[in-house]
Design a protein around this ligand. Structure first.
Ligand SMILES: Nc1ncnc2c1ncn2[C@@H]1O[C@H](COP(=O)(O)OP(=O)(O)OP(=O)(O)O)[C@@H](O)[C@H]1O
Length: 252
């Protein structure tokens, strides 16, 4: 898997004239990587992810996945949004299997896949439950299972934990890091949360606002002993250095 965003700009036409949301964005994600784009509100993060998802098209530049230009949504890119986007009338299992059903995967095979991915996100016991019976964090885990069930080349995550309370958010961050390590899923995630980005990503692009431009690319390397412990890592000198640098970049 090789995702490339090449010199992408996006201009919106608004009632107050043209608005340049993204300017000359170039980035890449390789197989198995966990990459975060961090930016403040209005820096164009959602716009960028929508372009990668193929939900909208760039004004200039191109987005390429494994040599093919993105011209619309595709199963090779799985999406997880901030708002829970589960179908309320479907059970958890049916939500996870929905994409497989659309693809025409036979019922028996579908059941196997659904079981597998529910197990991956630790929700086997809730297969028959309905979304309204689950907490926010659990619903987001179902959404992740649903995206993974389609076996995308890359998982695109738009502030997936933005709507969760602090405790649930921390649990989900730890969960996602473990899931990424175990499944070797390629992930591109956008967030405004600098600490979240440093904890999760191997590489971070910092997006500054008006217009959205990439001002920095940072490789993250944290000491093995604390890298997977969200609380310990926040006191690590290296972590604090990254945080200071990114916070400074965001203020530019
Ligand atoms: N469809 C649209 N039409 C016009 N302007 C838009 C549209 N979508 C986004 N914008 C503008 O583009 C800019 C970037 O918006 P975007 O939602 O991508 O930012 P963001 O970084 O995701 O912000 P937030 O973190 O607050 O969600 C904003 O100024 C926004 O008003």
């Amino acid at each position: 898997m090789h995702l490339e965003v090449n010199q992408v700009s996006k201009e919106f036409v608004t009632s107050r004239g043209p608005l340049l949301a993204l300017q000359d964005i170039s980035l890449h994600v390789e197989t198995g990587e966990f990459v975060c784009v961090v930016g403040s509100s209005g820096s164009g993060k959602s716009t960028l992810l929508r372009l990668v998802a193929g939900l909208d098209l760039p004004t200039m530049g191109e987005i390429v996945v494994d040599g093919a230009q993105v011209i619309g949504p595709g199963r090779d890119r799985g999406m997880v949004f901030q708002k829970y986007t589960l179908y309320p009338w479907m059970s958890v299992a049916d939500n996870v299997g929905f994409g497989l059903k659309l693809q025409g995967v036979p019922a028996a095979e579908r059941r196997k896949q659904v079981q597998y991915f529910l197990n991956v996100v630790g929700l086997t016991r809730f297969a028959k439950a309905y979304p309204r019976e689950l907490s926010g964090g659990m619903q987001q885990r179902v959404a992740i299972a649903r995206a993974l069930a389609n076996q995308p080349k890359i998982l695109l995550m738009d502030e997936p934990f933005g709507a969760l309370d602090v405790q649930t958010k921390e649990n989900m961050q730890t969960f996602l890091l473990k899931l990424w390590e175990e499944t070797q899923t390629t992930i591109l995630m956008i967030t405004h949360d600098v600490e979240e980005a440093i904890f999760l990503a191997q590489r971070i692009y910092v997006l500054s606002a008006h217009p959205g431009t990439i001002v920095e690319e940072i490789e993250i390397s944290l000491p093995a002993g604390v890298a997977e412990d969200l609380h310990a890592v926040k006191h690590d000198p290296q972590f604090l250095q990254y945080r200071q640098k990114i916070t400074q970049d965001l203020r530019q």
